[in-house]
Design a protein around this ligand. Structure first.
Ligand code: CU
Length: 448
């Protein structure tokens, strides 16, 4: 197979067939060069070498690691033994995970030093409509499970014009073995909110934490439009044309779950029966309430490779993304909801009306212009679904108002059945005007 491909020039059509068909063979793992695109057979396909010639915009590693969750999950029938906290967990951490980390800008030595240092959820990233974007994924292996030689992939769920080779769906494409890298190429043409996840052994790898958020900014961004409320916006969820999806601030909320027994089983070389699945924790951006409202982590130190936690929350070192939503009076706030759990959820926001403007990266508007956007206080979203909803903060705010945004199923508002509120809940704090600086990145609350 290798020889045939080496001696033949491939056109674009052949290459797409190649991605979908020939490369699917199990032999591919052996044939995948150390850095696909720099050497080896696939580099001869002109399109691939073109799209991966430029440096990656984002570099990720796939590996295992540990996070912090409060509460206990006893092992039934055992005395003083717990699925959670895991007795193998180091330091302040409690729960074994698989996941991704952002290693952009790190030396290769430091990239491989991030083994057993994944984060939950995976790094958030975003791309402009039409932008060429490259994501390099390196598989550095699983520290706790050297017996598991699992590959990883990055599957951009819902990406509509994927080449099979970059789709990350391993049965029709390639996967990244331990010690190797693959650079994926994207040029998105459909704005909206998406998710990504590893597609290898997906029941396990998705549940164990290899899930993240990605969204596409519309081409309309940067063009000021006066909306029906009389205000001018230059950032939008979609190419709405009328400012109806314009916003001042945006927040991604990625819903995941943790079944403590499965996480313990993976660290203890046991096999969970996935048909017994029964989540103990429901998370927002990899944390449970009240940690959901704790600040963001400080970020990656590219000299040391250390993911720096916020000084007040060292236990959240590998859960860097806050779900705290702060805004000023009158702000329009875009909520990008993503459900990567195994069930349906109803997220409710008493006291503030949300307008659902998009679903599954699609503007809720018919081909004839009919507006299907609707107002609600509760958003339903099924597994693998995304919803874009905008609320407008009240205008007459003289002191900070706090609203709760939470899962309507009270079962999912506790941390492993412990006392007090937990789980999938966060807070929306509406401050008087003149408190916050303009937001330059999602999920941030910059002060003036
Ligand atoms: Cu994986």
């Amino acid at each position: 197979m290798r020889k045939t491909i080496r001696t033949r020039k491939l056109n674009r059509r052949d290459f797409m067939k190649l991605g979908g068909g020939v490369l699917a063979g199990a032999a591919l793992t052996r044939l995948l060069p150390r850095t696909l695109g720099q050497s080896g057979m696939i580099a001869l396909a002109e399109d691939y070498s073109q799209v991966t010639a430029a440096p990656a915009d984002l570099s990720l590693v796939g590996t295992d690691g540990w996070i912090y969750l409060p509460g206990e999950v006893p092992i039934p029938g055992a005395v003083n033994q717990f699925y959670q906290p895991d007795d193998y967990a180091p330091g302040l951490l409690t729960t074994y995970m698989f996941g991704f980390r952002d290693v952009t800008g790190l030396s290769e030595e430091l990239v491989f030093a991030q083994k057993m240092k994944c984060q939950a959820t995976a790094p958030l990233f975003w791309v402009n409509e039409g932008q060429e974007y490259r994501v390099k994924l390196t598989n550095v292996g699983l520290q706790m499970r050297p017996d598991l030689i699992d590959e990883h992939t990055l599957h951009w769920h819902g990406f509509r014009n994927a080449w099979p080779i970059f789709d990350g769906e391993p049965h029709s494409s390639v996967r990244v073995p331990i010690g190797r890298s693959l650079t994926m190429y994207y040029q998105p043409f459909h704005p909206g909110t998406y998710m990504y996840h590893c597609h290898v052994e997906e029941t396990e790898h998705v549940h164990m934490g290899m899930t993240g958020s990605v969204f596409v900014r519309p081409a309309q961004d940067g063009t000021p439009i006066v909306a029906a409320n009389g205000k001018t916006y230059d950032r939008f969820a979609y190419n709405c044309g009328d400012g109806s999806t314009g916003f001042d601030r945006e927040f991604v909320l990625n819903l995941t779950d943790v079944w403590a027994e499965a996480h313990w089983a993976d660290s203890h070389v046991q096999l969970p029966d996935w048909t017994d699945f029964n989540a103990d924790y429901y998370l927002l951006n990899g944390r449970v309430y009240p940690d959901t409202v704790a600040p963001n982590g400080i970020g990656l130190d590219t000299n040391t490779g250390i993911l720096q936690p916020h000084p007040d929350h060292p236990e959240l070192q590998y859960q860097p993304l806050s779900s705290l939503i702060e805004c000023e009076a009158g702000d329009r706030v875009l909520l990008r909801l993503i459900n990567l759990t195994f069930g349906q959820h109803a997220m409710t926001l008493p006291g503030l009306k949300m307008r659902v403007v998009g679903k599954d990266a699609t503007l809720l508007r018919g081909n004839d212009g009919t507006d299907f956007a609707y107002d609600t206080h509760t958003i339903y979203l099924g597994t693998g679904a995304t919803v874009d909803a905008i609320f407008t903060a009240p205008e007459d705010v003289t002191e900070t108002q706090t609203y709760l945004f939470y899962n309507r199923n009270f079962d999912r508002l506790s941390n492993a059945g412990g006392q007090g509120y937990g789980g999938q809940m966060t807070e929306i704090r509406v401050h008087p005007a003149g408190t916050l600086a303009p937001q330059t990145e999602p999920n941030t609350n910059p002060r003036l």
